[in-house]
Design a protein around this ligand. Structure first.
Ligand SMILES: [Zn+2]
Length: 343
């Protein structure tokens, strides 16, 4: 194969237009002035291709060839035998598919780690942590919120007492596993309820004003108990503090859970649990409500009320539209139907 190239002899800056004969294991440079010069396979060094740039071959005597006819050059390059060390790199560079595959593989590993492995590890660690870890995280989280973000409740004593009575009427709150207790506060911009990992559940005055102290409040309390039973707060905190998680897992060092405590208040009061966690807590509440003949309506009513005041703007936790209230209602109704079909 004879193709055009630009030749530099390595001694002078002058360029020569030449034709080059590309042979299986050598190449021959035809200069007008001199006799043809032949270079063996070992005397030629093909510079790896980068994108669509022109191709360069370095010659053993210091000369250099530049080829603009990329396609012909590649044909020759593909056919000629590669030197041992050159083989893999050259092949990889020429095969974009391999490069793309490598990028995709890295992305898949990352997705697998963050979407599957990390949540799985966080769940495993959360349930293996000693109860003191939950107590510690709760106490630390409280330092960031109570008295700072959350203010004392302004509800009258009678209302507060009824709310505590409602809470105490739920048999689950006497579970041995968690130290369930209720705190009533004000101070958040919107009606809210959230739970800390050791079983401390907060309800705000604004939520009491919105839904009262009845079946709907019961549904909210159950939803929060669901978050505790599934350890969503701890799991979310662990996922957000990957280093703490890995330290706990591999070094048996639970001091890292402090960073979970630092991360929790912001997450709990201002942005949502994952969609999966919300639905899990909803279903936890729904199951209890159905078993105790309330049906799912109290929970559905809460969603409808929340959506009516927020107009579908994403807000936090129980009150969040993440996933949208409508979607959560659909899932509950579906759950309800399945339970009735197969009690
Ligand atoms: Zn929730």
């Amino acid at each position: 194969m004879l193709i055009h190239a630009v030749y530099f002899d390595g001694k002078q800056a002058r360029r020569h237009e030449v034709t080059v004969e590309l042979l299986a294991d050598s190449l021959v440079v035809n200069l007008d002035s001199d006799p043809p010069q032949s270079y063996s396979r070992d005397e030629t060094d093909v510079v790896p291709a980068i994108g669509g740039a022109e191709r360069v071959v370095r010659l053993a005597d210091g000369g250099m060839l530049r080829f603009e006819d990329n396609d012909s050059f590649r044909l020759w390059e593909d056919r000629r035998p590669l030197r041992q060390g050159e083989r893999l790199v050259a092949r990889m560079e020429r095969r974009w598919a391999a490069v793309v595959a490598a990028v995709v593989a890295v992305a898949l590993v990352a997705v697998f780690f963050f979407q599957i492995a990390l949540p799985w590890l966080a769940k495993d660690v959360a349930f293996r942590l000693p109860p003191q870890a939950r107590v510690h995280v709760t106490r630390e989280a409280l330092r960031f919120i109570d008295g700072k973000i959350l203010k004392p409740s302004k509800l009258d004593e009678e209302t507060k007492t009824s709310l505590h009575e409602l809470f105490d009427s739920i048999p689950l709150v006497r579970s041995e596993a968690y130290n369930y207790r209720l705190a009533i506060r004000s101070g958040l911009a919107s009606p809210n309820a959230f739970a800390l990992p050791d079983g401390l559940i907060f309800v705000t005055d604004e939520l009491v004003d919105l839904i009262g102290i009845g079946d709907q409040m019961l549904a909210v309390l159950l939803h929060e108990i669901g978050h505790v039973e599934h350890q969503h707060g701890m799991r979310m905190g662990l996922q957000a503090s990957t280093l703490a998680l890995l330290g706990t897992l591999f070094l048996g060092d639970i001091s890292g859970v402090s960073s979970v405590a630092a991360a929790l208040p912001g997450m709990l009061t201002s942005h949502a649990y994952s969609r999966g966690f919300e639905i899990e807590a909803d279903l936890f509440a729904a199951e209890y409500l159905m078993d105790h003949d309330y049906g799912i309506e109290p929970l559905v009513d809460v969603f409808i009320k929340m959506e009516s005041i927020h107009g579908g703007i994403p807000l936090e936790d129980v009150l969040s539209t993440h996933p949208s209230m409508r979607k959560r209602v659909d899932i509950l109704r579906d759950f309800d139907r399945r339970q009735e079909a197969d009690p």
